[in-house]
Design a binder for this molecule. Structure first.
Ligand SMILES: [Mg+2]
Length: 383
C-alpha cells in the first residue's frame, strides 16, 4: 500500500454554548481534518484542534493555528509522504521530525491518519493495534467552563442528570469563586461524582494555589490540575498540598515527562496525543508515567469525532490512563445521547453517535479509528 496524497480541510462545528477557560480567548469548535489517500482505496483520517493561544508556560510549545497545520501538512509533510507505505509509522514519525521542528498538532493529525489506515488495511480497530482494551470503557469527565457560579452549577447538575460521573471544573482566574463553586458542587451533587479543578496555570502564586488546596481539603476532589505555571512552582505546590496535583501545560513531550518525574512536579500527568505529537510519543509519555507510578488522563481541546475516536482508542488501551477523560461524546445532529453531558457541539462529521453508557464511552469496534466520516458534512462545515 502506498500513500497517494494528503489533504487538509479546515472546518468548524456549531457549538452548544460558549466555552471558556483561563487563557482561552477564541471559540472552540474549529479543526483541521487530514485525509490521506492510498493506491488500495483506503482513506485515513486525522484531526488537529489547534488553539493559537494555548501552550506551555514559557512559550516553548504551542501556538499552532488552522493555517499553520494546513500549511505544514500540505506544503512540507505531504510531498515526503507520497509514495510511502502508510504503515511504516515509526519511520514516518522520524522523517516528520527531521523535516520540521515542533508543530506537534500537525504531526499528530498525520500520524493519527496513518493509524487509521493501518487499522483499516487490517480490518482491526486501532485500540487493538495499541495492545487491546485494559478497561471496558472510558469514564467521561464533563468540562464545566469558566462561567459564574450559578451557571456552572446548572451545567454540572444537568451533566450529572445525563449520567456523567466526573467533572473537570475550569477555574484559575478568581480563587474565591473557585472555592465557592467547588464547595457548592460537592454539597449539591451525588457523593459518587468525581471532581477535578483545572486552573490552567491561573493562580500565578504558589501561596494562592496552596490556599485553594487547603480550603478544598474536605471536598474530596480528585486533583487540582495545573494550578500554577512552570515546573519549579508546580513542584512547590505538589510538595505542600494534601490533595494530588496533575500536570497539563507542564507536560507535552516525553522529555517533559522525564523532567516532571525527576523534579517531582506533579502526582499525575494529563496526556494529549497532540501535545506529544501522536499515538507513539503519547505512549512514551504514558510509559514514563507508568514507570514512575503516576496515573494519567487523556485530555485535549474538545476535539471533533476523529480526535475523540483517537483519544478513546488510546485511553482504552493505555494502562496508566485511569483518570476520567475530558473526551466529548461525538454524535451527528439529533442523535446525541445526552442533553448536556459530553455534549459540546450540535453536530459532528460522523454518521453514527459514539456508544455511551453509565457515564463512559464504549469502544468503537470498526476498523481503524472505528468511525465513518460523513463527507457531505465535511463539505457543509468546511471553512
Ligand atoms: Mg487542563
Amino acid at each position: 500500500m502506498k500513500i497517494t496524497g494528503v489533504d487538509a480541510v479546515p472546518f468548524a462545528l456549531p457549538i452548544r454554548r460558549r466555552f471558556r477557560w483561563n487563557g482561552l480567548d477564541q471559540e472552540l469548535g474549529e479543526f483541521v481534518l487530514i485525509r490521506i489517500g492510498t493506491d488500495e482505496g483506503f482513506v485515513g483520517y486525522g484531526e488537529a484542534t489547534p488553539l493559537a493561544t494555548w501552550g506551555d508556560e514559557h512559550g516553548r510549545h504551542g501556538g499552532e493555528t488552522l493555517d499553520t497545520v494546513v500549511s505544514i501538512a500540505e506544503k512540507i509533510l505531504s510531498r515526503h509522504l507520497r509514495g510511502q507505505d502508510p504503515t511504516a509509522i515509526s519511520a514516518i514519525v522520524e522523517q516528520m521530525d527531521s523535516l520540521v521542528i515542533g508543530h506537534t498538532y500537525a504531526k499528530c493529525a498525520v500520524e493519527m491518519a496513518l493509524h487509521d489506515l493501518w487499522g483499516k488495511s487490517l480490518g482491526t480497530p486501532v485500540y487493538k493495534l495499541l495492545g487491546g482494551a485494559v478497561r471496558p470503557g472510558v469514564v467521561v469527565a464533563h468540562m464545566v467552563g469558566l462561567m459564574d457560579v450559578g451557571e456552572a452549577v446548572a451545567e454540572a447538575e444537568a451533566a450529572c442528570a445525563d449520567g456523567i460521573r466526573a467533572l473537570q471544573i475550569k477555574g484559575g482566574q478568581d480563587a474565591d469563586r473557585d472555592i465557592e463553586l467547588v464547595r457548592d458542587l460537592r454539597r449539591r451533587l451525588p457523593a459518587h461524582v468525581r471532581l477535578r479543578l483545572d486552573a490552567n496555570q491561573g493562580y500565578r502564586h504558589v501561596k494562592t494555589a496552596l490556599r485553594v488546596a487547603r480550603e478544598l481539603e474536605d471536598c474530596r476532589i480528585d486533583y487540582i490540575e495545573q494550578p500554577v505555571a512552570g515546573l519549579a512552582d508546580m513542584r512547590q505546590v505538589t510538595g505542600a498540598a494534601k490533595m494530588p496535583i496533575i500536570a497539563d501545560e507542564s507536560c507535552w513531550s516525553p522529555r517533559d515527562a522525564l523532567d516532571l518525574v525527576g523534579m517531582q512536579g506533579a502526582d499525575a500527568i494529563s496526556i494529549y496525543l497532540a501535545k506529544a505529537g501522536g499515538f507513539q510519543k503519547a505512549g512514551h509519555v504514558a510509559a514514563i508515567a507508568e514507570a514512575a507510578g503516576l496515573p494519567c488522563d487523556i485530555n485535549g481541546s474538545i476535539e471533533s469525532a476523529i480526535g475523540n475516536a483517537a483519544n478513546l482508542a488510546f485511553a482504552l488501551s493505555s494502562r496508566p490512563v485511569s483518570i476520567p477523560a475530558v473526551i466529548p461524546v461525538s454524535a451527528p445532529a439529533g442523535c446525541h445521547p445526552c442533553r448536556i453531558g459530553g455534549h459540546y457541539f450540535e453536530d459532528d462529521i460522523v454518521t453514527r453517535p459514539f456508544g455511551f453508557a453509565d457515564g463512559a464511552l464504549l469502544p468503537l469496534e470498526g476498523p481503524g479509528l472505528g468511525i465513518e466520516i460523513d463527507e457531505d458534512k465535511v463539505r457543509k462545515y468546511a471553512l
